[in-house]
Design a protein around this ligand. Structure first.
Ligand SMILES: *Cc1c(COP(=O)(O)O)cnc(C)c1O
Length: 235
């Protein structure tokens, strides 16, 4: 990384923070109520270090081994690592060990494994969002809305996990109103399922191209890759 990379990272991060603040103001959200998760998949450790130097602590990764390699290179920093990729059964132990959050939980079997491994490691509960498949999502990840209440009940009973809220990853759309639709659905599901004991306060939704629509519908955490780091090279 050189000085011009650092200037670019700094400028992009400022721009993303400004977009979030503008969306909070425009849609009547509390200032600071939308957290930025910087999605660093496929980006080199040195760029993550640069983003951290500009005050960002939470990073999202999609590939377990790649994330573990970069965590080793950045072990001198106190970063908060979120796993946002597809969960595979043979990777749950590494996920339980190396991340404080998991955003894409959609399977009770994975939840059991993650919880048991987290307990065995003696770590604080893994903070989880249940992934919901809305509006004809292209990927098959996540549960159908009809299956969500049962999954929530099952996951809530697992030691070693704390269910913080819901996540969705809709098919891309250029149209603002279409972008809002799945985010509104996720929020409505949350409102139906929330209880005083389990408020499901986190709505993990919105990416580089649809963060404003997500903030409009109540996102509390936006997962932003390209707009923070620049384009990803093919992995
Ligand atoms: C890659 C990714 C993102 C970030 O996407 P950008 O469009 O680059 O902001 C967000 N969420 C998930 C689950 C991802 O895989």
């Amino acid at each position: 990384m050189n000085a011009s990379d650092d200037t670019e990272v700094s400028a992009r991060l400022d721009a993303v923070r400004a977009r979030i603040a503008a969306a909070e103001a425009r849609f009547g959200r509390e200032p600071g109520s939308v957290a930025l998760l910087a999605v660093s998949k496929v980006q080199p450790a040195e760029l993550i270090r640069a983003v951290h130097q500009h005050g960002q602590l939470a990073f999202g990764e999609s590939y377990v081994q790649e994330a573990c390699d970069k965590q080793a290179l950045l072990a001198d920093l106190a970063l908060d690592w979120h796993f946002i990729g597809r969960i595979q059964s043979n990777k749950t132990k590494l996920i339980a060990e190396h991340f404080s959050w998991v955003h894409g939980l959609g399977d009770a079997h994975h939840a059991q494994r993650l919880g048991a491994q987290r307990v065995a490691l003696g770590l604080a509960p893994l903070r989880c969002c249940l992934q919901v498949n809305l509006s004809g999502e292209a990927s098959k990840a996540g549960v159908e809305p009809e299956a969500l209440p049962l999954l929530l009940e099952q996951c809530s009973a697992i030691d070693g996990l704390r269910i913080e809220g819901l996540m969705t990853l809709p098919a891309p759309s250029d149209d603002f109103e279409s972008q809002r639709q799945p985010f509104a659905e996720l929020r409505a599901l949350r409102d139906q399922l929330a209880t005083p004991e389990q408020p499901l306060a986190t709505l993990s939704m919105g990416m580089s191209d649809d963060l404003e629509a997500a903030v409009a519908e109540g996102a509390t955490m936006v997962r932003i890759g390209t707009a923070v780091f620049g384009p990803r090279s093919k992995y």
